[in-house]
Design a protein around this ligand. Structure first.
Ligand code: NAD
Length: 276
């Protein structure tokens, strides 16, 4: 009798836990194993979202960190250069969660070189990951959002989607493309509960930028610390880096009802870079 009671108690706890998790909104953040993507995943998990992580690197550490907030966290291994792997990722999300509420196109890569020396392979890779992958991911997300009657698409562009810098040809071209993609998708969904916006961060201290800092320090024979402050001071009047938490909070804002009529916007978080 006591065993039966314990079983019923355990089963109802299990059921209510799963019903609670099932009711939660789900967000896919591409490239969320490090840097800005991981920061966004952490803020969204804190905000109660179920999280789908993607990207390469220390997956176990990312899953452990994001799981601390008690929402459901899944990792999907998909190389975004391959459209078939993007398709499989969306199939896996639907079969695992049965829903998707937010798509954050965050994954991105960089290669620094003057145009004459830019290898075509680097150009193709940057366009594939930074521009084509968001286009394909949006194509897969939209039917799910239309069926669910709502959705949020947030593209992590860059100040380099608005202004240029030398030696970043492919990246600047791709990020300007992301801003255009954002506007068109926003117009095509304008009469629905689906919104599409971009965030344009300035410098954020992540592995992508740390590599640029160490390359510059090596070229100049400077220390990492000196080059870090040189880099941020060149572009940010605030002379401070943007943090991943600030970007995560901006994503949460774009997912909130306050942003229902933000459509096709580029939210700039850049320490004053583009105000100059
Ligand atoms: P990061 O290198 O820390 O993260 C990039 C993520 O993308 C990683 O998780 C990586 O594994 C993933 N990724 C790369 N190629 C992939 C592929 N083919 N398939 C799947 N995942 C892939 O860099 P970050 O600085 O966090 O950059 C995140 C985004 O923010 C990028 O789009 C970047 O352009 C943008 N951004 C960064 C800064 C900055 O200062 N760090 C500024 C503006 C915009």
């Amino acid at each position: 009798m006591r065993m039966k009671k314990t079983f019923v108690l355990f089963f109802s706890l299990f059921l209510s836990f799963n019903v609670a998790l099932a009711g939660r909104k789900v967000a896919l953040i591409t490239g969320s194993v490090s840097g800005i993507g991981l920061g966004i995943a952490m803020e969204m998990a804190k905000g109660g979202y179920g999280i789908v992580l993607n990207g390469f690197g220390d997956v176990d550490s990312a899953v452990t960190q994001v799981s601390t907030f008690g929402t459901r966290v899944t990792y999907i291994n998909a190389d975004l250069k391959d459209p078939r792997q993007i398709a499989s990722m969306f199939q896996a999300i639907v079969s695992t969660f049965g829903r998707l509420d937010v798509l954050v196109n965050n994954a991105g890569i960089q290669y620094v070189s003057p145009i004459e020396k830019m290898p075509i392979e680097k150009w193709n890779d940057i366009i594939a990951v930074n521009l084509t992958a968001p286009f394909i991911a949006i194509q897969h997300a939209l039917p799910i959002f239309r069926e669910g009657g709502h959705g949020r698409i947030i593209n992590i562009a860059s100040t380099h989607g608005l202004v240029a810098s030398v030696d970043k040809l492919a990246y600047v071209a791709a990020k300007h493309g992301v801003i255009g993609l954002t506007k068109v998708v926003a117009l095509e969904t304008a009469q629905t509960n689906i919104t599409c916006n971009a965030i344009c961060p300035g410098w954020v201290l992540t592995p992508l930028v740390e590599k640029q800092i160490s390359d510059r320090a090596e070229q100049k024979g400077a220390t990492i610390e000196d080059e870090k402050s040189a880099l941020v001071s060149e572009k940010h009047p605030s002379q401070q880096f943007v943090t991943v938490e600030q970007i995560g909070q901006a994503v949460l804002f774009l997912c909130s009802p306050a942003a229902d009529q933000m459509r096709g916007a580029s939210l700039v978080i850049d320490g004053g870079w583009t105000a100059q």
